[in-house]
Ligand binder design. Sequence first.
Ligand SMILES: [Zn+2]
Length: 268
Amino acid sequence: MTYFLHRAPSILLSAARASAAPDSPAGDAPESAGPVDPNLLEDLVLANRILANQGVLDGYGHVSVRHPKNPERYLLSRSLAPELVTAADIMEYDLDSNPVHLRGRTMYLERFIHGEIYKARPEINAVVHSHSPAVVPFGVSNVPLRPLYHMSAFLGEGVPLFEIRDAGGMTDLLVRNPELGRALAQSLADKSVALMRGHGNVVVGSTIPLAVYRAVYTEVNARLQVQAIMLGGSITYLEPEEGRLAATNIAGTIGRPWELWKRKALAK
Ligand SMILES: [Zn+2]
C-alpha cells in the first residue's frame, strides 16, 4: 500500500470544510457536487500512474473522471506530472473548467479538453489526454491509424484528426481555451480516440478502466502498425465487422488488465 491511498479521507474532509467556506475571492466559484467515493479517487490516482507506467503519459498529459454525483462537474489533478498525483491533488471543476476550490493551486492549461468533451458527450465519464509517443506520427501523416489486431478493435470506428489550425490559426498547439476545447470535441464527435496534429491524442470511455485500456492499446496499435508497415508487404487490417465483434468481446474483459495494472501501480 502506498501513502496516497491513505490520504483520500483527508481530501474528503478538506473538500467538506472548503464547501462551507468558499475560498474564491469573488465568491462566484462553482458549487461543489460534494465528497467523492474514495474508491473512485483511488481509481483516478491509479489511472495516472498506470498510464505513466505504460508509457502513455510522461511528465505531461492528464486523466479525468466525471463527478458521479453531478454530471456538470469533473475531477482532475492540479498541474502535476501524472506519476506524482495523489488523492490530495485532485481538484473539482465545472464543465467550463472553472475550479470549485482553487486554493492557490496551478491548473493544467489544457483542462478545457476535459470540460468540453464532457459537455458534448453525456455518456463519457473518463477522458485521457496524452502525448503518447507512437501515436504522434499518425497525427502528422496521411497514413490512417487503423486496428491491426483485436485488442485495438475500437479504432475500427475511425480515428478523426483535430487540426488546431482550422480552429485557432497559428497557436502553440495547446488546447488552452474553451473554444479550442469545443473544436476538439467536435472533431472527436462520437468516436473513442482523436489525434491532435503535432501534439498528441485524446481518448474517452464510459469508465476510467475503459478509457485507460483504450489509451494503452491505442499506443500499442500505433507501435505495431509502424512495424507492420516496415515489413513492406500489404497489411490486412480488421474488417469493420471484426472490429465491432472484437470490441464488444474485449470490453467485457478489461477488468483483467485493469487489476494487473492496478497491482503493479500499487507495488511501485
Ligand atoms: Zn497536451
